[in-house]
Design a protein around this ligand. Sequence first.
Ligand code: NAD
Length: 490
Amino acid sequence: MILLCKKKQQMTKTKITVANGDGIGPEIMEATLDILFAAGANIEVEHIEVGEKVYLSGNTSGIAASSWDSIRQNKVFLKAPITTPQGGGYKSLNVTTRKMLGLYANVRPCHSYFPFVSSKHPKMDLVIIRENEEDLYAGIEHQQTDEVIQCLKLVSRPGCEKIIRYAFEYARQYNRKKITCFTKDNIMKQTDGLFHSVFDEIGAEYPEIEKEHWIIDIGSAKMADTPEVFDVIVTLNLYGDVISDIAAQIAGSVGLAGSANIGEHAAMFEAIHGSAPRRAGQNMANPSGLLQGAILMLNHIGQPEVAEKIQNAWLKTLEDGIHTYDIYKEGHSQQKVGTKEFAQAVIERLGQLPQQLAPVSYATGAAIQLKPYVRKPARTKELVGTDVFLHWPGLNPDELGQIVSQFSTESLALSMISNRGIKVWPAGFAETFCTDHWRCRFTATNQQKVSSKDIIAILEKAVEHQLDVIKTENLYTFDGKAAYSLGQGQ
Ligand code: NAD
């Protein structure tokens, strides 16, 4: 019975949604699919159109409703790079897809293929796992004064738990030994601090995996210098975006890296490079990046043996010196080939193993399933103050302090004014540069209970004084512990 079920499973093709993309996209997609089918991938392809044509037809998101249906139904999306037209109004399809489908994990293996592809880091073999949905990429930006614009950095507990648990499960599945967490929690103690503490908390459930934390600045310097000391790196969205391109580049070429965007309900696989329009239609582009994305996809859909066969044939092709123009090097390479010929060379080597590069073995494949997120019991949350942000064109903080301190109520008193986070009142430094964006912090006096009415009273006084209130941020304690940052210099 079990055998019968397995056989039936093997016979049922996995339906995947495929977008050929723009520029070099159609050529590298054709080459990739040729290799997949020649290797016996058990897939059925459903094509959709996304990208430039869709954008230029007036759809600013670059994807039609029927294409969303295909992706949501098939849950697996192999996407060639697309061109986002220049000019206003066009939304990045990648960002939209990641967010709409909740693709919270971006996985990017960065491997050196030295000496066949030149790299200063012959032993590099690291995987970057980047949080993909939140952080500064929540895209919440506001201009608040003539001089100041803000971008909100949102970091959530479920967001941290999902990506960190994913990283540990990935390490377990792919037999990786160490995970390094990169944050900047010496400065962003609340947001990055949460990411770090969730890393420590979840890491404790994986005793067999070595764990370490680096501050992102020195960590990325170390990664660029000696990447071989890292195995898996997990980090927040913006840091991950930056370091994953650096890692791919120093591994040898951005043209050789693929990535997976994984969510609970769907996954998208792609090359990391763009549509290289100048190379389009010339049978020149290297299909390797997209092929690497497709290999991640085969593992995800539970076809690791096909993934392994292709990866080993691809390694053998690189090793045999059959190279597209971007990695071709006189003296190193044997033959400069086009996109089609490269794909053909990989197909001819299916079943062969590389001799010098380490062959891969994907013992286990299948989508990583995470324990569902469980919301923790609510903590005791108490309102203890408010930050009132003002657009004030004056230059002297003491003058503002004199006006705003009159707004204090019985339970809330002005305790600090800061400008771009630096305390400028009371007792600020004349040397501190001030913009027109001021934060006036009112905090609880004499253990009095603070209510929203106190905040409204402050705002009413600000309006009476014709001050331009941009926004307020409430100050809370959770279980008695202050959950807001102090002003720098406070
Ligand atoms: P790009 O990655 O397309 O190209 C940069 C250069 O890298 C090219 O000129 C080419 O010399 C080389 N290159 C890239 N891929 C190659 C390959 N497979 N084989 C050989 N050489 C390759 O970056 P760009 O020029 O900055 O962007 C072009 C377009 O791609 C833009 O419209 C951009 O928005 C888009 N883009 C799309 C994606 C995506 O869909 N995931 C990602 C990045 C950029």
